[in-house]
Ligand binder design. Structure first.
Ligand SMILES: [Ca+2]
Ligand SMILES: [Ca+2]
Ligand SMILES: [Ca+2]
Length: 603
């Protein structure tokens, strides 16, 4: 009987667990992630302050789990829904040269909590407090390497590559099997190592029930390993378990391939990060169009994790030399474009600081990690309120959090797009120039669904008019406005969009260029049909249609946005037009295009 009751108990418990899992179905696109570098966040317990020196950026600063628990209401107030927490594993206990393992990436023992951060009891409280506040947790997994003196090195020497540091970053074998900063490199191709790493992951899933992992150094571990590892974890922790990879690469083609083949849920959107940096600092906003056009490469670009900065990069405020207006513009884009926004602790108070840097081969030149200074709570309430507003707007808007993203218009200083969910649409107008401007934004295939008339932006300050196929407004300098126009039923539009994405078809585009004293003009650009920047495959020569006028017609993918340029061939030599910046082209979803350019000649 007792046995039967035990069985019944277990049965009921497992049903409760299953229901619990079902209840917590996280919509990842609705999340706002906050990255906590634990040692630098908040010191909640002085008892674990070993080797603490807050004046030294290489030392521990005392931040711990207890401190993070105390600050959960603060994060809740900011609107944060998910925390990505830096590694909790027990790290090396002694200095390595002048560096302490405050960051958590020098793991000594994967099955213990570092003594600076707390213990399993603190973690239990943490888990309960997270549940109480409805905040999700992403743990940082470090599986490329272990600490310089980890016990595992002597216990299992065959689990490591006996290789020197990476010297040639273009050699894929070195990148996977050689050491990063001299850290002992685990041989994931060894089945025992693979099993061990899976065991670590399952151990933490059981202990703390995190909602996902952020995985360090994806590039340095074989893709075949990630594929198996991620698949296994998804089977173990549930389909909704968030598997976020750190793959530092600015090319969407490469990132989309890694995401797909490695079976990640998400990757940090480095292509977005780099384009955003350039555009905010004055490059043409047309780069945004090219970036988002390549979203078709991903199964769902809305699941990418977007960010301005992190602990390995200069803080964004530093990369814009403390220009608050640029910081504000960047944040407005972060919270309106597709993808899951992730903010680095201290962004909300405008913290500054450059990344850690040292000269080659241990040279004298070095910069301390100013980007990892202790959190400054309460500094800059105005910036905090600004960021909080965007968090709030995004979280309250199904279009901004869940909607598909549709390109509307671009020019040197303007990028406009729509976010469309079944029950709401948002039109976002990003304007990166100081002077006010009258503008008409073509609403494209969205036009038939929009109700004509005047509308206010999300702040209630600015007004626009929707008429026929345009949104007209007077744009205030350096701003990003969001409009939520009244709409008809959007389902047919979403269906039309899905089929256009699947089979965009092509549109005829006529390129016409006026040029003096040139022969054999060719067209070239960042698309297969434009030769992918390879002069050997560039279309041409263009046909001479009149004195100094040349033309070529091409079939290009509908809805595509690309860069292009002209060049001439002189005795098989490539002679580029002088224009330094590339030209940009948007191919509409309907109709034809006729482009007229003037060859940028040498003076
Ligand atoms: Ca402490
Ligand atoms: Ca330790
Ligand atoms: Ca490796």
């Amino acid at each position: 009987m007792l046995k039967a009751m035990c069985f019944l108990g277990l049965f009921l418990l497992s049903i409760a667990l299953l229901q619990g899992q079902e209840q917590k179905k996280i919509e990842w696109k609705e999340q706002v992630i906050y990255f906590v570098l634990l040692d630098r966040f908040h010191n909640g317990s002085l008892e674990n302050d070993f080797h603490t020196n807050t004046d030294d950026l290489y030392s521990f600063h005392g931040g711990d789990i207890q401190g993070l628990i105390q600050k959960l209401p603060y994060l809740k107030d900011l609107g944060i829904t998910t925390i990505w927490l830096s590694p909790l594993f027990d790290n090396r206990d002694t200095k390595f040269f002048e560096y302490w393992a405050y960051h958590g990436y020098w793991v000594k023992d994967f099955f213990q909590v570092d003594e600076h951060f707390g213990n399993f009891e603190t973690l239990d409280t943490f888990k309960k407090e997270l549940q109480k506040h409805g905040i999700n947790l992403i743990l940082d997994m470090v599986i490329n390497h272990v600490d310089y003196n980890a016990p595992l090195l002597t216990q299992k020497p065959s689990w490591f590559h006996s290789s020197p540091d990476i010297e040639d970053w273009n050699d894929p074998l070195q990148v996977e099997q050689h050491r990063v900063h001299g850290l002992p490199d685990l041989a994931q191709e060894n089945k025992e190592v693979e099993d061990f790493l899976v065991q670590i992951a399952k151990y933490w899933i059981d202990k703390l029930q995190p909602d996902g992992f952020r995985m360090d150094a994806v590039r340095h571990v074989p893709l075949s390993f990630w594929k198996n590892y991620n698949q296994t974890l998804r089977e173990y922790a549930g389909k909704n378990f968030f598997l976020l990879g750190e793959f530092l690469d600015g090319n969407a083609r490469t990132c989309s391939a890694i995401l797909k083949e490695g079976k990640f849920t998400s990757l940090f959107d480095f292509p977005f990060h780099y384009v955003l940096q350039r555009v905010i600092n004055g490059d043409t906003a047309e780069q945004m169009g090219v970036l988002f056009y390549h979203d078709f490469l991903y199964e769902d670009a809305g699941l990418l994790t977007t960010f301005l900065d992190n602990h390995d990069l200069d803080r964004f405020m530093t990369s814009v030399q403390g220009d608050v207006q640029k910081w504000k513009l960047a944040l407005s884009l972060l919270f309106t474009v597709r993808g899951i926004p992730c903010i680095y602790y201290g962004t909300e108070t405008g913290m500054e600081g450059g990344k850690e840097w040292s000269g080659e081969k241990g040279g004298n030149m070095q910069k301390k990690p100013e980007n990892r200074r202790s959190m400054e709570f309460g500094k800059n309430p105005e910036l905090f309120a600004y960021l909080k507003n965007w968090v709030h707007l995004r979280r309250s808007s199904p279009a901004l959090s869940q909607g598909i993203q549709m390109h509307l218009s671009q020019s040197r200083n303007l990028y406009s797009f729509a976010r469309i969910a079944p029950n709401q649409t948002a039109i976002v107008v990003f304007y990166n120039e100081s002077k006010e401007k009258e503008i008409a934004i073509p609403t494209g295939i969205l036009a038939p669904y929009l109700k004509e008339g005047k509308i206010k932006d999300s702040t209630g300050v600015y007004e626009a008019t929707i008429e026929k196929n345009f949104l007209r407004l007077s744009l205030p300098g350096k701003n990003c406005l969001v409009f939520f126009p009244e709409i008809e039923e959007l389902k047919p539009l979403l269906e039309q969009w899905a089929s256009l994405q699947k089979q965009p078809g092509t549109a005829p585009v006529v390129f016409e260029v006026t040029a003096e004293n040139v022969e054999e003009i060719y067209l070239i650009g960042g698309n297969e049909r434009l030769g992918n920047w390879n002069p050997q495959s560039a279309p041409g020569p263009m046909k001479k249609i009149a004195e100094n006028r040349y033309q070529i017609q091409l079939e290009l993918p509908r809805g595509s946005v690309m860069e292009y340029k002209y060049f001439q061939k002189k005795k098989d030599q490539v002679d580029w037009e002088l224009k330094l910046e590339n030209r940009y082209l948007q191919v509409p979803f309907t109709g034809e295009s006729h482009i007229q350019d003037i060859w940028d000649k040498k003076q």
